[in-house]
Design a protein around this ligand. Sequence first.
Ligand SMILES: [Zn+2]
Ligand SMILES: [Zn+2]
Length: 356
Amino acid sequence: VRAYAVLREGDPSIGEVDLPAPPVTDHEVRLRVLQSGVCHSDVHLATGYHDLGTRGRVPLSSRGFTYPLVMGHEIVGVVEQVGPAVEGVGVGDVRLVYPWIGCGSCRRCAAGEDNLCATGRALGAHRPGGFAEAVLVPHERYLLDIAGLEPAAAATLACSGLTALAAVKKALPLPPDSPVVVVGVGGVGLTVVGALAALGHRAICAVDLDLDNLALARGLGATTTVQLTPGVTAADLLEQLDGPVEAVIDLVNSGATSSIATEIVVKGGLVVQVGLFGGELQLPTVLMPLRALTLRGSYVGTLAELQEAVELARSGALRQPPILPGVLDRAGVASALQRLAGGGVPGRIVLAPRSA
Ligand SMILES: [Zn+2]
Ligand SMILES: [Zn+2]
């Protein structure tokens, strides 16, 4: 199986590798990749480290990542081979893959929270992902029927859509006219705006540096937009927002944005931290009790939440950002990562093999 991978830690360039493809066993399913979304987190993975602020950079190899690293976790494929124990899915079926696969035996996995498993084996991270001709999924229960959905848009539900929905569900319920601020409206942030609107929320404030992204956010349901240029302070934002808000969903989550987020919420307010930009939050500890703040991290979502995202998309309620198609080969993966690293990509890049 041909795959497009980061070959060495610390060198983000993309090379080609051939992965072994032994016959599938047990509950395993092998799918030929039809659509493969490129996520900003792939840009972070390709760099080979997490930025932990004053704790420095933590190399991914110390976090159980191995090389070559085949990224790609927004995958729609057609089933090519099924193991002898597989039920309910057959060769030729088109399926969306839930990539956030856990160990299968811990308390979190038993509760259906694979995404919170301490020893997770996610596709495109700890297992080879979708930047390849084919992908191996360990159990058919991680495959979702997407009949009625456009495959490229459906692929983006696996990370962008799921991450957005799971973050929004942490912020809601709120009175529909109580403003929620969405910081960073790139691919995931635009989907957060779309998911808030799909769930009936009416006051949505999008904050971003990029004016084009803010225009897209308005198209997806944002009622207010604020351009966050580097000099903008929490006080400026409060003025534009007409006062503090109940909830902020931060898709950037840098030192600067997280600090602003904690300053623009009401007493008893909530900050949902999603972005992997890196950095460090500085916050006077006494403000946590005095202002009864909740800081809540949100990492992708559960298999049940992905099912919910698929149903929301199928109902027509979930408006998704534009799909920017590309070619699934070495050059296609490399240029998509480069575009995302440059910022301001107006939507979600999804790659398809040339032959498809
Ligand atoms: Zn992602
Ligand atoms: Zn587990």
